[in-house]
Write a protein that binds this ligand. Structure first.
Ligand code: GLC
Length: 576
């Protein structure tokens, strides 16, 4: 096939009607409270997203995934939902939502909503009803209530820990004022877990999925998709008896990744397929690789996140093995693969890649095995983000190289707002301003995820760098000015213009979901091609390397004559 033949582009309307639109989509995650504030209250909102549709269109993405925008007290950044079929009044109205959906669709951009089925907030009508109702009532059965252990029920039903630290059970006060039962919460205590054995819970979520599908939502991201079903047969296992990491591959854990969860998704799939094109879904399921396929199957949610690349070091061998494995798995399940480097839960990749790993600081200029060096950035954050440990320039160079490699891979690429600006993690958030429950429940162990959720800088000036007229809900550092959209727009070597160019080319180069590896003289170079003569070459090593034959169409950094410098990716087109 000649290169020109691969440059055809789908029209917006073809794209919107295509039932397979999701398979190789570039999906941009918006954390609504930190995107753009249209009314000056310091919180990003729905109208703010609508106002920025031209920005999203110019970025060249195929879909937007909105983190929760439902009414919420924000005990966990909106993942504590009060009402699943409404918009948080702090963010707008349902009419604003409809207007946003229409504007996105008009621009040829699909809309993915985040669904949080494992738990509601403790302000949900059902939970309030459960607290006001007696033990054993139908209202309590929608959640997971148990009597406590000990003589007077004063001990939790099990010694399980919550993900954010502290116990996974909270005691309530009964309507008559006496100390009462306990409820389970895998996350914060403001996030009581639903009882998915209860038919009413199942039906209510079907109603929610239909509600948003009817409003034009094209797909769903399913929060902690692997937690919904639980084995709570008495006696509950103690912490010491729970299967440990690596031992739960057979669905044997009482509350993670149980086989029964797939019955729920089979029912959801039937509902999704009633729509044209069918609604799509992607599972957030932190499960063992071999267990991911069922979440991603066509009878199930259809796609599942793979966080393997996000967790890998910036290392050719690791990248290659993750890519090979995940493509094979996706193929076996009938899904397309998913790739992601940053989201609202992790330290931004421009920062992770700039932190010491293995031998980099030892003068050999190379990464070692990356072990025990806080590669996920959490230790660095906890230490207050010491400047001498972060090489921000290196981090950004590698982040750009990694992102360009990701955009060349078969499957969907998930981007997180701000990465197109090359934003670094914000380490300097005073404790009084922190919001993440992981910080409050895990004092001294973690500072939480606020550093990647700071409102975006749109302009180099103004009190909130153009985010809005009010005081931003999380403080922005001075250096945000350098990363502002206005500064980067039209600037040749800016990360924003680089993302725009890469995404535009990706759209035009759409190729079958196949990848062919090419040998390279250096083991630190990854070279693969896609059908139609589209090549991606990344140099993970320290020395510049020869570029293969072909016409360079984009690179993540400046090239060195005909050579590819270290920490750089280039795309080339050839006639084969
Ligand atoms: C998911 C979300 C995370 C949230 C948690 C509980 O992991 O990505 O932000 O805190 O679920 O809902």
């Amino acid at each position: 096939m000649s290169t020109t033949a691969t440059l055809a582009t789908l029209s917006d309307s073809d794209h919107m009607a295509d039932p397979n639109w999701w398979r190789q989509a570039a999906v941009y995650q918006i954390y609504p409270r930190s995107f753009y504030d249209s009314n000056g209250d310091g919180l990003g909102d729905i109208k703010g997203i609508t106002a920025k549709v031209p920005y999203l269109k110019a970025l060249g993405i195929d879909a937007v995934w909105l983190s929760p925008f439902y009414p919420s007290a924000l005990a966990d950044g909106g993942y504590d939902v009060d009402d699943y079929r409404n918009v948080d009044p702090k963010l707008g109205t349902l009419a604003d939502f409809d207007e946003m959906a229409a504007a996105l669709h008009e621009a040829g951009i699909k809309l993915i909503a985040d669904i949080v089925p494992n738990h509601s907030s403790n302000r949900h009508e059902w939970f309030k009803e459960a607290l006001a109702s007696p033990k054993g009532s139908a209202a309590r059965d929608r959640y997971i209530f148990r009597d406590g252990l000990g003589e007077n029920g004063e001990l939790p039903p099990a010694d399980w820990d919550s993900v954010f630290g502290g116990p996974a059970w909270e005691r309530i006060t009964e309507p008559d004022g006496t100390p009462g039962q306990w409820y389970m919460h895998i996350f914060a205590k403001e996030q009581p877990d639903f009882n998915w054995s209860n038919r009413e819970v199942r039906d209510d979520f079907l109603k929610t999925l239909r509600f948003w599908s009817d409003r034009g939502v094209d797909g769903f991201r399913i929060d902690v998709a692997h937690a919904l079903t639980k084995d709570l047969a008495e006696p509950l296992l103690s912490k010491a008896q729970l299967p440990r990491e690596g031992e739960n591959a057979m669905g044997a854990h009482p509350y993670w990744d149980r086989d029964e969860v797939h019955e729920i998704y089979a029912e959801w799939r039937q509902l999704f397929n009633e729509y044209n094109p069918p609604r799509t879904a992607v599972a957030e399921a932190w499960v063992h690789a071999e267990r991911r396929a069922r979440y991603a199957s066509p009878e199930g949610l259809g796609q599942a996140f793979n966080f393997d690349l996000l967790q890998a070091d910036f290392d050719a061998t690791q990248f290659r093995s993750v890519i090979t494995k995940n493509l094979a798995e996706a193929k076996a399940s009938g899904a397309s693969s998913t790739w992601v480097f940053s989201n609202h839960d992790v330290v931004r990749h421009a920062t992770r890649y700039g932190l010491p790993q293995g031998g980099r600081k030892d003068g050999d200029g190379k990464d070692g095995d990356g072990k025990d060096r806080g590669q996920d950035g959490k230790d660095w954050l906890l230490a207050g983000g010491p400047k001498d440990e972060l090489d921000a320039e290196l981090g950004l160079r590698r982040a750009r190289a990694a992102s360009l490699l990701m955009f060349a891979l078969p499957g969907s690429a998930y981007l997180y707002q701000g990465e197109e600006l090359g934003l670094q993690e914000v380490a300097e958030i005073p404790d009084v301003d922190r919001q993440d429950p992981a910080f409050f429940r895990n004092a001294g162990v973690e500072v939480g995820r606020d550093g990647c959720r700071v409102p975006l800088p749109w302009s180099p000036e103004g009190s909130s760098f153009g985010f809005g007229d009010g005081e931003p809900h999380l403080p922005q550092p001075e250096w945000f000015a350098n990363f502002a959209v206005e500064v980067q727009e039209g600037a040749d070597d800016s990360t924003l213009e680089f993302y725009r160019k890469a995404l535009e080319l990706r759209g035009r180069l759409q190729a079958a979901e196949e990848l062919l590896w090419h040998a390279n003289a250096s083991a630190e170079v990854l070279h693969f091609s896609r059908p139609g003569g589209w090549h991606s070459v990344t140099n993970f090593g320290t020395e510049p390397v020869e570029l293969p034959e072909g016409t360079v169409v984009v690179s993540s950094g400046p090239l060195d004559g005909g050579k590819l410098p270290s920490d750089t990716t280039a795309w080339l087109l050839t006639d084969n």
